[in-house]
Design a protein. Structure first.
Length: 74
């Protein structure tokens, strides 16, 4: 399987459980706020962290898509 730093970064998975799924299970009420904060983080830093600026914008979009699905369920 190809390395995917945007959708499924290896360093956020332990024993086939992704960190994002563990956070959602542990903090169901605060999950939307968590997603909002992460979107802001990636948009805030995209110009400074990586040479490839698009990677952080893709990460922000990934979290925003999760947030849209979550808000749509409520």
């Amino acid at each position: 399987m190809a390395k995917d730093n945007v959708n499924h970064p290896e360093h956020y998975t332990k024993d086939e459980i992704e960190c994002i799924d563990a956070i959602k299970s542990a903090t169901s009420e605060g999950y939307q706020y968590y997603l909002q904060g992460v979107v802001l983080k990636y948009i805030w830093r995209y110009r400074y962290k990586h040479e490839d600026r698009v990677e952080d914008l893709k990460k922000a979009r990934w979290y925003l898509d999760k947030m849209i699905k979550e808000v749509g369920r409520k």
